[in-house]
Design a protein around this ligand. Structure first.
Ligand SMILES: [Zn+2]
Length: 331
């Protein structure tokens, strides 16, 4: 993703960059821990000793045993949420000038390709990522780094990506089809830039600016030369630097997402778990407090606020309204 500089009055233009838990199950399993335990078992097997899991993840043994029991009888279905970022290499084209050019497609010398990608399961510490070699960068070849990404997208139910709907996932799918990879299983995208644009009026909605305004950890520094040296000379030091920068972006994205989460029109995580309890639609926490009512034109619903993340949710079933005379505007 290429950042752009802006100042008070001058804008340099917009560069497109980039289980069923029973009712008596009172213990609160927050998404982070549940996801981590499920993930740990998935990688290491359900027969991993309780003590090992408990010590590795710093969770109680009771907690681990409960999750194992529910996983083995198919009661837990936790959504797999992937935090993802990619860096791309620019195109090389022949141009007749530097300003306001309309460049015909046949002037392309080299197409764009993916330089690297980094991903992690939400709130998990393990990173996944690949980057191309210097020679592959010069030739805009990225097939070798796409397979593992393809596998991760197949596993994910939800993908968190900054400007991901417009940029990252379109870029990824383009490289998939150009490299003869098949479509991945369906997933949904949570894009914090959409929340930033729709719900707020931040002076800038770039990831770096949001991180600064929301006071979360910051991106590392990059300069255009790194992309230039990667794309033109295949400079492996620059590629590695950008790969690490991409990892830092994933951490910043996770923090920005967490901060914006209660304000988001969030995908209802309640749909991904089988439980009869009320849970927060954004973080799956069970600790909710009543928060008035939510009204539509003909119904009213009990509203809740999550005590952990602050998201507001409402019951799916309307309150009983004894008003047989209630009419609605016919539209
Ligand atoms: Zn919540």
């Amino acid at each position: 993703m290429v950042e752009q500089s802006t100042c008070n009055a001058l804008v340099w233009g917009s560069i497109p960059h980039s289980g069923s838990t029973k009712n008596n199950y009172t213990e609160v399993i927050v998404l982070s821990k549940l996801s981590e335990i499920v993930h740990y078992f998935k990688i290491n097997g359900l027969d991993t000793p309780t003590k090992v899991v408990s010590e590795s993840l710093r969770v109680s043994k009771r907690h681990v045993r409960r999750v194992r029991a529910k996983l083995s009888n198919g009661e837990i279905k936790s959504p797999r949420i992937l935090v993802l970022d990619i860096e791309t290499l620019p195109m090389e084209v022949l141009v007749w000038g530097l300003y306001e050019q309309r460049i015909p497609a046949e002037n392309t010398i080299k197409n764009w390709s993916i330089l690297c990608w980094q991903a992690k399961w939400l709130y998990d510490s393990k990173f996944y990522g690949r980057y191309v070699t210097g020679k592959q960068a010069i030739n805009r070849e990225d097939k070798s780094i796409l397979f593992e990404l393809h596998d991760l997208l197949n596993e994910a139910d939800i993908i968190i990506a900054f400007n991901g709907k417009r940029f990252d996932l379109r870029k990824i799918k383009t490289r998939f089809i150009l490299n003869d990879l098949k479509p991945t299983s369906p997933y949904k995208v949570l894009d914090p830039i959409i929340t930033a644009r729709q719900q707020f009026s931040f002076s800038s909605n770039s990831l770096d600016a949001l991180a600064k305004q929301l006071d979360v950890q910051r991106k590392s520094h990059t300069e255009y030369k790194l992309w230039y040296d990667s794309a033109v000379y295949g400079d492996e030091k620059s590629i590695k630097y950008l790969f690490n920068y991409c990892r830092q972006d994933v951490l910043v994205l996770e923090d920005v997402y967490t901060k914006l989460r209660p304000w988001m029109n969030h995908i209802n995580l309640g749909l991904y778990v089988e439980t009869d309890e009320l849970i927060c639609p954004a973080c799956m926490n069970r600790n909710l407090e009543l928060k008035g009512f939510y009204y539509t034109n003909v119904n009213k619903y009990q509203a809740f606020q999550c005590k952990k993340c602050g998201a507001i949710g409402r019951r799916r079933i309307a309150e009983k309204i004894d008003k047989p005379t209630l009419v609605s505007t016919a539209k």
